[in-house]
Design a protein around this ligand. Structure first.
Ligand code: FAD
Ligand code: PHB
Length: 388
């Protein structure tokens, strides 16, 4: 088989890249190790920046998002038992859209199915070859048969544990990492959300987050010890802990119900530099991870592939300037989002090792934030997304 761009991974980064390249008339094949149903079953991000919405529109996958997505003008910060509001629209003129990653993925999968482009699900043993020349190729096994896919470029959109970053020689890539000493236990339930605006709570028992997927579906999280197992957490135990971390005004509105999904995610900050090796380009979680506190992961993935699609289109029009500049441009934005996500995580979570002094510093910073329009503007412009 031959294509122009071989895309490894059919998460949001791979699917959106495939759609943007198709719009530019560039042929591509996606290789995904899991089944389509498995990819759709992963409950993850929920907040889209305008830049991400614009890219989905450009790809032709934005129609349902505009009908069903919930536009939020602000978000809520809880500390010292009180709720405070960050007025995103008033401070920046911009908003965010609450629309699940599962729905983004479904829309992109439907678009791809209609386009007739090839997606190989359950592709096993994907391996990348001759990345440092101008004729790279990818091999994989499908239904026991070994297949060779020749291409001009490989796009590594295969997430943090994928094969792409691991295929780069160790002396050609530098990595930066911070692992946090806790995780997030998330629960999805068909109950009306406590708030249509997302709530981030700093509480002495630990961080809590109230998010949503629709007016009848809630997505809630609590900070939990890293070694907790999801089986240890009954629905009742989750609801009791979550309620205890909400201020009274929200706790009295909380409606509980059986969980549809429950999972624990570790928190990590990670960046790999550069995001290119020869004809391999990394995008999304394959190149960087942020802790979810700033809701930046999916948005960064979308930004990367927006830049990459542009750069590849330029290449086929005769200029290599775009592909040569891709890593620098993407990383400039990535590091700023890393900083914001790290800062927001540090300010909102319980760090027992920092003791009572650390907790007071968090409260002082939160009180300063709510007293300073300048600082609120800085937070809001990061939250709605920095320009590409
Ligand atoms: P992935 O979604 O990980 O997709 C990679 C794909 O590659 C997968 O389908 C995988 O199966 C496939 N793959 C892996 N290895 C191989 C291989 N060897 N061969 C072939 N295919 C392979 N982000 C936000 O922006 N906002 C949020 O509100 C938010 N909340 C989050 C909440 C949680 C609990 C978590 C865990 C994450 C959250 N994120 C959020 C982050 C967001 O989900 C990720 O950043 C996003 O999924 C990245 O997309 P991706 O396509 O780069 O990677
Ligand atoms: C979510 O809805 O899953 C969500 C929302 C905001 C975040 C992280 C996750 O910061």
């Amino acid at each position: 088989m031959r294509t122009q761009v071989a895309i490894v991974g059919a998460g949001p980064a791979g699917l959106l890249l495939g759609a943007l390249l198709a719009k530019a008339g560039i042929d591509n094949v996606i290789l995904e190790q899991r089944s389509g149903a498995y990819v759709l079953g992963r409950i993850r991000a929920g907040v889209l920046e305008q830049i991400c919405v614009d890219l989905l529109d450009e790809a032709g996958a934005g129609a349902r998002l505009h009908r069903e997505g919930l536009v939020d003008d602000g978000f809520v910060l809880v500390f010292g038992g009180q709720a405070h509001r960050i007025d995103l629209a008033g401070l920046t003129g911009k908003r965010v859209v609450v629309y699940g990653q599962t729905e983004v993925t479904r829309d992109l999968m439907d678009l791809r199915a209609a386009s007739g482009l090839t997606t190989v699900y359950e592709a096993e043993d994907v391996a990348l070859h001759e990345l440092d020349g101008s004729r790279p190729w990818v091999s994989y096994r499908k239904d026991g048969v070994l297949v060779r896919l020749d291409c001009d470029f490989v796009a590594g959109c295969d997430g943090f544990h994928g094969v792409s970053r691991a295929s780069i020689p160790k002396d050609r890539i530098e990595t930066f990492e911070k692992v946090y000493p806790f995780g997030w236990l998330g629960l999805l339930a068909d109950v009306p959300p406590v708030s249509h605006e997302i709530v981030y709570a700093n509480h002495e028992r630990g961080f809590a987050l109230a998010s949503l997927r629709s007016p009848t579906r809630s997505r809630y999280y609590v900070q939990c010890p890293l070694d907790d197992k999801v089986e240890q957490w009954s629905d009742d135990a989750f609801w009791a802990e979550f309620r205890a971390r909400l201020p009274a005004s929200l706790a009295e509105r909380l409606v509980t119900g059986p969980s549809i999904e429950k999972s624990i995610a570790p928190l990590r900050s990670f960046v790999a530099e550069p995001m290119r090796y020869g004809r391999l380009f990394l995008a999304g979680d394959a190149a960087h991870i942020v802790p979810p506190t700033g809701a930046k992961g999916l948005n960064l993935a979308a930004g990367d592939v927006g830049l990459l699609a542009q750069a590849m289109a330029e290449f086929y029009r005769g200029s290599e300037a775009g592909i040569d500049d891709y890593s620098r441009r993407a990383l400039a934005r990535v590091w700023k989002a890393e900083r914001f996500s790290w800062w927001f995580t540090t300010m909102m979570h319980k760090f027992p090792e920092n003791g009572p002094f650390g907790a007071r510093m968090q409260l002082a910073e939160l009180e300063y934030l709510m007293s300073s329009r300048a600082m609120q503007t800085a937070v809001a412009e990061n939250y709605v997304g920095l320009p590409l």
